[in-house]
Design a protein around this ligand. Structure first.
Ligand code: DSN
Length: 436
């Protein structure tokens, strides 16, 4: 029998550290654009007995017995996410966004095939062809980027690159791009060269679900996302399609029929790139998708967007330069070189290391055409998903920018930084995270 943990049998080393992390999350300002805070129900499902179960396969088609209950849970997650995005097919098993993308590559590409993605140094993602990732090692990566003058993607240039490079798969989506995407234009480009189009909507997926941004599903053959950013679920990934279709690669079933893309993608996840699905995390995804179907979540996403716009205005008012001049979604990328000139010598690294002293968490980020290395950078990326979950509104975003500016302008004044930290810790008590 496994007995319940008591105060005396508890693994203090681990649980004291978890308590410290909870305190860190509760007492600081969290602006990492890819982070959010999940509900207690999501955490309860993620910490449930479902972690004990092996369930390789799909609902109704498993390689293990005893899957009657997890089948129902996984089916619930699939049904809810299909309703949320208006999709007709979903695989909720990818352990992460990176795994979701790798499964798509395995389903659609052969080693050496050409892919075209958004340049990482312009705001793209590691898994869209970076030479240090499997996507750039096993395939031939080519890239498009933003214009130096505007910070915005020029779709005519994307077309030129696609026509020249003839990728088999085009990828749109980013981790640091604050503007919406023209999915219809990208599909028109993909159709000219017979490429498949993948949208990785990991960052703005919550805003897309609530129709606050363009809908990729009618234009992109395949859509991937993480579940833990604006979608506010447990850490994980998923793959979806609105319209399934026969694979263009001639891969047939034993009966000689062309396999559907959904079947290739399912195989890309398991057995292609993963083993047993994390049914506890899939249950937590189901809970989060249920929450995301609510009116309350729709209001939350509207507030995320309104907060990002208020924050962008506040940065501009204080002399900071935002790449592309503003934001359509939940995040923005700030070029620190324009603030304070050489007198402050601000870099992303200095900003990240100084802001954390005041309990403000951001990440340093390359800006397009950056003259500094990825470990230093000229930029910082911030997003509003997490602080909006804590109940913050537009005026709070302005206050956050006041604090950030104050910290950066006093980066060599430790006593000023520690008094700002105290003020912030006190202020955060007005936005409780996990009551009780
Ligand atoms: N690490 C995520 C982000 O911060 O955007 C992307 O994988």
């Amino acid at each position: 029998m496994i007995t319940a943990t008591t105060a005396s049998t508890r693994d203090a080393q681990v649980f004291d550290l978890i308590a410290k992390e909870q305190h860190r999350q509760e007492s600081g300002i969290e602006l990492i654009a890819s982070e959010n805070f999940v509900s207690p129900a999501v955490m309860e499902a993620a910490g449930s007995v479902l972690t004990n179960k092996y369930a390789e396969g799909l609902p109704g088609k498993r390689y293990y017995g005893g899957c009657e209950v997890v089948d129902q849970i996984e089916q619930l997650a699939i049904d809810r996410v299909k309703e949320l995005f208006g999709a007709t097919w979903a695989n909720v098993q990818p352990h992460s966004g990176a795994n979701a993308n790798t499964a798509v590559f395995l389903a659609c590409l052969q080693p050496g095939d050409t892919i075209l993605g958004f340049d990482l140094s312009h705001g793209g993602h590691l898994t869209h062809g970076s030479p240090v990732n499997i996507s750039g090692k096993y395939f031939r990566p080519t890239f498009y980027g933003v214009e130096r003058e505007t910070g915005v993607i020029n779709y005519d240039k994307v077309e030129e690159t696609a026509m020249r490079e003839r990728p088999k798969l085009m990828i749109c989506g980013a981790s640091a791009y604050s503007r919406d995407w023209d999915y219809a234009r990208l599909r028109a480009i993909a159709d000219q060269i017979g490429a498949l189009l993948l949208a990785d909507i990991s960052h703005p997926s919550g805003l897309i679900a609530k129709k606050l941004l363009n809908d990729p599903f009618d234009h992109c053959h395949i859509v991937t996302t993480t579940t833990h950013k604006t979608l506010r679920g447990p850490r994980g990934g998923l793959i979806m399609m609105r319209n399934d279709f026969e694979n263009p690669f001639g891969i047939k079933t034993p009966k000689g029929e062309l396999r559907l893309m959904s079947s290739l993608l399912d195989s890309g996840v398991f057995p292609g790139t993963q083993g047993g699905p994390l049914e506890h995390i899939i249950a937590a995804k189901a809970v989060a998708f249920g929450e995301a179907l609510s009116d309350e979540y729709a209001e939350y996403t509207q507030q995320v967007k309104a907060n990002a716009q208020a924050m962008a205005r506040a940065f501009v008012d204080r002399g900071y330069s935002i790449i592309s001049g503003g934001t359509d979604n939940h995040l923005m990328l700030i070029d620190l070189r324009t603030k304070g000139g050489n007198a402050t010598n601000l870099t992303g690294k200095l900003a990240e290391n100084t802001l954390i002293k005041a309990d403000i968490t951001i990440n340093k980020n390359m800006v397009p055409f950056d003259d500094k290395s990825p470990m230093v950078t000229s930029g910082m990326r911030v997003g509003t998903a997490a602080m909006t979950t804590r109940g913050m509104k537009e005026s709070d975003m302005e206050q956050i920018v006041v604090y950030i500016d104050e910290v950066l302008m006093n980066h060599d004044n430790d006593s000023r930084l520690s008094s700002i930290k105290e003020e912030i810790n006190e202020w955060m008590k007005a936005f409780p995270l996990y009551q009780g």
